[in-house]
Design a protein around this ligand. Structure first.
Ligand code: DLL
Length: 437
């Protein structure tokens, strides 16, 4: 195994008690900033917290109510903004449970910190300034592209900001510039391998050593498959837009769980039913507090992702605890080719269209290595008596309306009234046929 180069050795190996003390100090500042926002002022005051100094102990911390995606939506657009608007230099957004997106705001200091943590993440996989980094994640409102881009530059790698898609061009860039590290969703890398074969590229055309994979759930088998197909190491990277995206928890060269950067995040595992905290090693929902984010503090955020802290120390020597690969979610969010989709968003769109009846079904399948989303809707009886061109038109309109909200273009099937199954009990609206591997 190659030698680990500690870029931030001191902070990454800080003994746990010191790390906790650092968190405590930063938490006070974070609560102070949060109290400046209309949302947290009310939320914290209602919980009896009026001053940041009220939060001294772990028990005090646990008095802070959880924040949810719903809260972010309620506070849209600026209810959680802590900085002066003039000091905000960037916003990012991800899907809300319905039409309103979840938005975060960052100041220059926040962006610098995010870049540093992403640089740290790349370094902890052994990458250096000698690497050529091709970023195949989407640039834009999604954090996956820009955040790791900045981190890779901070580390000094040469960055190819290719963005997602256009697979033949990706391969040509990889070949021409001798790319050594790629960043992509695992499903995209599997798809790219098929194109690589079809286009007649040979393994010796490339200099690839590593892939950073994340933004969607995947199994250990998928990781191994990617490693085997390309002859590389693949590192799991976890993050979410609300918490700055990637650079939150990353695997080191031991590839055995993702170090949560605990000098910047406080991680807790709770039982998603009782909302009670669980101990290290117990599986539950991850709750995160982001420290030092001036633009938009978020306290005790329910990620809905199910995981556990691995209690054993990592052989790399880092003290920051590792999160195990995510095993699922405690809500109904679907991740389709790396894009987050809530069934409620789909429902909201189709229920606004008068031609559509009340019954619908969402189906997600594997199509090769990628995911396919189909929305089946029952239309009202008058629609079927009309011309077929109208049906085609309607189908396209539904597709476009859905695409405008969920950012992927689903297949749409129109059905006659009463044609879709009606369940006796709780309606089953989503059929997810994807297998784990
Ligand atoms: O997916 C941020 C990201 C970009 C992470 C690039 C890693 C790499 P969102 O679009 O807000 O942000 O989606 C966040 O995706 O709550 C998880 O459910 C899921 N997710 C992200 N990474 C992983 C992973 C980005 N490595 C949501 N394994 C999260 C499993 C993941 N699920």
């Amino acid at each position: 195994m190659e030698k680990i180069v500690f870029r931030h050795q001191e902070i990454e190996t800080l003994p746990l008690p010191q790390l906790k003390e650092l968190q405590r100090q930063k938490l006070q500042k974070t609560v102070e900033a949060a109290l400046k926002t209309p949302f947290y002022k009310k939320r914290l005051n209602d919980a009896g917290i009026r001053d940041a100094r009220d939060i001294q102990t772990e028990a005090d911390f646990r008095k802070i109510p959880y924040t949810t995606k719903h809260d972010l939506r309620e506070a849209f657009p600026y209810g959680m903004l802590a900085a002066d608007k003039a000091d905000v230099v960037r916003m990012h957004a991800s899907s809300g449970t319905t039409g309103v997106p979840t938005v975060v705001y960052l100041t220059q200091a926040d962006l610098d910190k995010a870049a540093e943590l992403n640089a740290r993440s790349c370094a902890c996989t052994g990458s250096t300034k000698n690497d050529v980094f091709q970023n195949m994640m989407t640039y834009g409102l999604f954090t996956g592209g820009l955040m790791l881009h900045y981190g890779a530059e901070r580390l000094g790698m040469m960055v190819i900001p290719s963005g997602s898609g256009n697979t033949k061009r990706q391969l040509q860039l990889m070949k021409d510039f001798r790319t050594t590290v790629v960043h992509a969703t695992p499903s995209y890398l599997l798809h790219m391998y098929d194109v690589m074969k079809e286009e007649g590229f040979r393994p010796e055309d490339f200099a690839l050593k590593k892939a950073y994979i994340g933004a969607e759930p995947h199994s250990e088998d998928i990781r191994k498959k990617i490693e085997m197909l390309y002859g590389i190491d693949a590192y799991n990277s976890y993050g979410l837009s609300e918490m700055n995206g990637p650079g939150l928890a990353f695997e080191c060269v031991y590839k055995n769980g993702m170090h949560l950067w605990e000098d910047y995040y406080i991680g807790e595992i709770i039982n998603p039913e009782t909302l009670q905290p669980l101990s290290d090693g117990e599986r539950g929902e991850l709750v995160l507090t982001i420290l030092e984010r001036n633009g938009m503090p978020i306290l005790r955020y329910r990620t809905r992702d199910l995981t556990r802290f691995i209690p054993e120390p990592c052989p790399c020597g880092r003290t920051h605890r590792r999160l195990e690969r995510m095993t699922g979610r405690s809500d109904d969010m679907l991740i389709i080719n790396g894009v987050n989709v809530f069934p409620s968003q789909i429902e909201e769109v189709i229920m606004k269209m008068p031609e559509i009846g009340n019954n619908y079904l969402i189906r997600v399948q594997k199509q090769g290595p990628l995911d396919k989303l189909t929305v089946k809707v029952e239309v009202t009886s008058s629609v079927f008596t009309d011309d077929t061109r109208d049906l085609e038109n309607l189908q396209k309109r539904i597709q476009s309306n859905l695409q405008a909200v969920v950012f992927i273009r689903p297949a749409v099937e129109l059905h006659e009234p009463g044609a879709l199954p009606v369940s006796q009990g709780k309606a089953v609206r989503v059929i997810d046929e994807r297998k784990e591997s």
